[in-house]
Design a protein around this ligand. Sequence first.
Ligand SMILES: Cc1cc2nc3c(=O)[nH]c(=O)nc-3n(C[C@H](O)[C@H](O)[C@H](O)COP(=O)(O)OP(=O)(O)OC[C@H]3O[C@@H](n4cnc5c(N)ncnc54)[C@H](O)[C@@H]3O)c2cc1C
Length: 508
Amino acid sequence: MDGAIYDILIIGGGINGCGVARDAAGRGYSVYLAEMNDLASGTSSWSTKLIHGGLRYLEHYEFRLVREALMEREVLWRMAPHIIWPMRFVLPHHKGLRPAWLLRLGLFLYDHIGGRKLLPPTRTLDMRTDPAGKPLKPLFSRAFEYSDCWVNDARLVVMNARDAADRGATIRTRSRVTSARRENGIWTVVVEDMRGRTSDTVKARLLVNAAGPWVDKVLGSTLGKNDIHNVRLVQGSHIVVKRKFDDPRAYFFQNRDGRIIFAIPYEQDFTLIGTTDQDYVGEPGEVAITDSEVAYLCEAASEYFAEPVRREDIVWTYSGVRPLFDDGASKAQEATRDYVLTAEGEGGQAPLLNIFGGKITTYRRLAEAMIEKIEGFLGRKGKPWTAGTTLSGGDFPPNGFDTEVERLKAAYGFLDPAHAQRLVRLYGTKAAVLLGGARSTADLGRHFGADLYEAEVRYLIEREWALSADDVLWRRTKRGLRLTEAEAAALEDFMHGATGHPETAAAE
Ligand SMILES: Cc1cc2nc3c(=O)[nH]c(=O)nc-3n(C[C@H](O)[C@H](O)[C@H](O)COP(=O)(O)OP(=O)(O)OC[C@H]3O[C@@H](n4cnc5c(N)ncnc54)[C@H](O)[C@@H]3O)c2cc1C
């Protein structure tokens, strides 16, 4: 495409930018996506990782959003059954907080407005006899158990980028859009290579601003607009502690302040607890958990668990910034979670489309809505197509995960069962591509620690735009929880040697 004019240039490689890139490329538009850091390095890898309707949003009458999100659960599960799977949530009835009839009503709606087919419905639990009651204080005698899905958020982003690239899109990471101006109905966009510090000029008919929490910054400093205030930045943090319970179900805890937190089985040996909701001022890339958030999460979880959650139990924390559309709500937790798309480009001006807000759960529908707007400017190319398709490695039945693991173990007898399970969870049917003709562990190449070997790292470099140890350890895998600092440093050295200049490393 050297010197050519792309149909669409997308700023931002989070879930929304990559989702739009995939849908647009699949319909035949030429697409260029620029991500200033790594794919999913913004908000999209710091979520609670739920594909959910959002039970709590019913209280804020967000019926459109909840219905759309509920319907997406099974669509996305079918699309990527390796990285998305059903999870049951246990919601204990807490005397003095929301009454049981209200919880039952919410869950009735939850079960019935979202086209649920495969996911099991809500049921009531006697916590005195159900194993879910075991790790909790004996105060909770009744609970409701309902369905949602879990997603490996960072991988969902990369899988969308992969599919977009396979359909012809150009995906550039470590590439920051520094300015964009209109010239004769076309955008001239300057893209700075963050590793080489060189700049490229790219031309496109239409610009999509999918910069998440930076969306207003792009409108202001990159596009030169004044008085921009569309999104409310709301920080959310999580703590990861050693496994608090053996049950495969997650917990949904109500707090006295009206908010809720989740405690979720995480990466086999851990429990993920979050999240918080507080207004954020500052550079989104520098967000970090605060002391008061740690205290809040420990206290809120300890209200329920018989064994309290203490600061010293924390093995990792992460924080992200929600780019919520600013609807003027008084409290951060009440601001809408729905998305708003805007378009400008009347009178032959090169069009600019912006994304404000949105959830991981609704990214596919957001992309469809965005393409409708794009069609208004560039003309129609194809029908909505992403529902009913699969993402890379997800070409097996939604309930077929165990069969895939067995298949991989049979083909690669030397693999430890937990390793085989992990590879299928991350790569699905592509695990066999990653392992290639290996006949023994020695064939997997250099060992970096835990169950991470060179074959996997090289696959991530060649197929998934990994350029640094963090890209591998904290986004494409969560091996960061298992490797020592020295092992991570050795991986960083290896990455540097193996990737060289980013232009030769990024797969397209
Ligand atoms: C704590 C928390 C919990 C959440 N939990 C859930 C959940 O359980 N389920 C759910 O569905 N949703 C959840 N969400 C919401 C969801 O994570 C976000 O709505 C979603 O990830 C936003 O994606 P995005 O693509 O718009 O933004 P991002 O992922 O932030 O992507 C924007 C990208 O743009 C890039 N960028 C910015 N400026 C430039 C530039 N000038 N040039 C090039 N690139 C640029 C950034 O580097 C960034 O990668 C949660 C959010 C938070 C914070």
